[in-house]
Ligand binder design. Sequence first.
Ligand SMILES: [Zn+2]
Length: 387
Amino acid sequence: MASINAREEDVKIADVKEGEEVVFKNVTCTHNHTRWNEYAEWGITTVWSYHEAIAWWITSSFWMPNTKPPITSSRLVDDFFEQGKDLPIRTYMHFWARDDNMQECDQALAHPRVVSLKVYPAWKDDSGEAKNVTTSFAGHKAEVFDHSPEPGHTLDQLAQLCIKYNKPMIIHCETPNMGYTPVAENHYLDHTVLPLCRRLPELKFVVAHTTLLSTAQKVLASNRDHGTNIYMELTPHHLWFTVDQIKEEDQNLLECYPRLRAEEDRAGLLDLFTQIGTDSAIKLMHGTDHAPHTKEAKIKGSRGVPNFRDTLPMILTLASKTQMTTSQLQLFFRWMTEECYSFLSEVEKDDMYTTMQKTSYIPPAEYYEWVVRNPMGWVELDWKVVV
Ligand SMILES: [Zn+2]
């Protein structure tokens, strides 16, 4: 069967023939949630998450640290990497920063598989209770409350550590007392991210799961006009679904943070995605924001989208429709990530491969036994992963 090597050849995805295969090297997912095995709820464990990522044919997975308990101590890092360490996937970790764990952050960043410092913005409500943008971990003091971009504040100190190790800072960009709204994302960008990055242009910064066209436009303008170094993660679900498409009975299945957005945002981000590689200011990475939940938990309202065993078919199908090329996807899956997390190529010596085949694809029935069904259906997918 004819196969196309996405590194050496540049072919339009739409021109690949039925039955032909495309080979990608080192497909990374920069944003993947997991839990400690012993704290797993609903039977979902870290090893389960590894298996899901392997099933999607992700070769390198960056774990988000909002496990229970959260990984805010450098002593926990090696313990975490012990879990599932013999499985065929490379694993890295974003380390959870808070207002008072600078020394832990410093030590954690020295670890070759700790890729960044991750900030979850938080606030205290009128009763003094801490609220996080996603989940609150009572008793773990796991949040950053200080959102000032000015020198001497938490984010400045964390940024200095990131610069010292040449690793990025990644933030779930929403001002937490504004809920999960476009206003919250815009506000955090305007008042925290852009001022911080403009003051420290040597800082590599990642906007986790970018969902708004306005965010992308501001980041691009800043990279172009102010020399900032801001990368953006794109999730398959924000490129595929919109809030208007969700049927009421499927509401809980697609409940996630940040929430699904309007068609204008989806279409605008997809259009930006098609421009990857044409302008060095466009820095986009594949971050699925996969969240491990069972169907039972999702139906009851657990937050996060866990159905991305088919993330790669979705991306390839979108790329087919928009005239993107294999080399653009390889930028998205690998090279942008290696540019942002520049140490990666020093850590790993060998390539791993993911093969995708052009063919109409409907997942097998047993798929729905353990993952959330896709409310939009799969009939449009015309790519599958070759196992
Ligand atoms: Zn996330």
